[in-house]
Design a protein around this ligand. Sequence first.
Ligand code: GAL
Length: 452
Amino acid sequence: MSFPKDFIWGAAAASYQIEGAAHEDGRGLSVWDTFSHTEGKTKNQDTGDIACDHYNKFREDVALMKQLGLKAYRFSISWSRILPDGTGKINKAGLQFYSDLVDELIKSDIEPFVTLFHWDLPQELQYRGGWANIEIADWFSEYTRIVVEALSDRVSYWMTFNEPLCHILLGHSTGYHAPGLTLSNREVFRLIHHMNLAHGKAVQTIRKYAKKKSIVGFVPNPSPGVPATDSQEDLDAARAYTLSGSSRGLFSNGWWLDPILLGQYPKDGIEAMGADFPADMIKDGDMELISQKLDFLGINLYTGTVIKHDEIHGFEVCPAKNGYDQNALKWHVLPESIYYLSKFLYEKYKLPIIIAENGLTLSDWVSLDGKVHDPNRIDYMHRYLKELKKASEEGIDIRGYFAWSILDNFEWSEGYNERFGLIHVDFNTLKRTPKDSFYWYSDLIKHNGNNL
Ligand code: GAL
């Protein structure tokens, strides 16, 4: 067996990165509108005001997805398009947009995968404290109910949060993302806990209000350790690094996986954090609420770190060598990372895995022949997918793979400098041009990955 017969071949995108139409049809502002309009926060002062204008061009985009042969499309919902103030009054036009998108997908035989939160928190809720306000668990649950009531007659696959680590730490600790705060670790823990509570309540809400059987997961971005050699010692070191709650401070995977999947914050992490960990934030019943049983674990994965055994600390990070393979953002291209991450996480958490994002940013442009030649993206996907196939052949339960991204889009603080798409977007004319990788992926899907 290579990939299972019903393997889900998909591509992904997120609301603020592609939709544009920031001020159309009653949409409220999100923290990303405010942040990108604040001087010096994004490259070239780029914003998502127009982005790919997917809000107005979604039929054209779904037609391209159909041409590609996608089995599934993962998109996120803009909370402030549905509830301009975050709570209260519903914007019907916003709901209609997603309902029309879902219809268009289903008409094209493409399974919709809905992510409820991909970082664009309504600005009005940020004014009320955002993730620091414990009421956010109820706000999120109300929003979830509205979306589920509107779409769950046609949508089965739900993902609560995309990359909580990035939103919380980059947005509230390093300040590199919206809302651009730089809080202490002790404060950040409360945000994490509130987000976890919001996740737990949302899972309950989906299950309670879904009109058909729902398949529910969440999408962290755990950082994989890849063993430096084939030795058992290095394998154990890479596993320990990957599953640790203390290898990288608050960035350690254990902080982001254990509460939701095991119902506890990592003991080694708590010990390492000492007084920075506000144990009093955990109330009776919280951890049970947070760790609702999930149907799958989504994983976003782009890169990894080479790890070798170390007598004293158990593992040691090997810095990337000069001239290492890298994407346009200088992230290390490390195909084995997808194999080891799937293996380590499946062994520990025992949930089916869906790769919810994987892809490469390059400086693509339209060539004289009118095409976009991106051999390195094809090679990247080829290498990573071979490793994923190996994991699948070894019995790791991998259910799907989503390429990031369907379209070139607004890459957060990096603006439009980065191009992750299978489809090139000219941001002046908004013209779409499928890249060579689009056709390569299309062929791969036809063969269910057997031609890798
Ligand atoms: C992920 C994120 C996406 C996209 C991608 C490429 O962290 O979920 O929105 O930006 O990285 O950087």
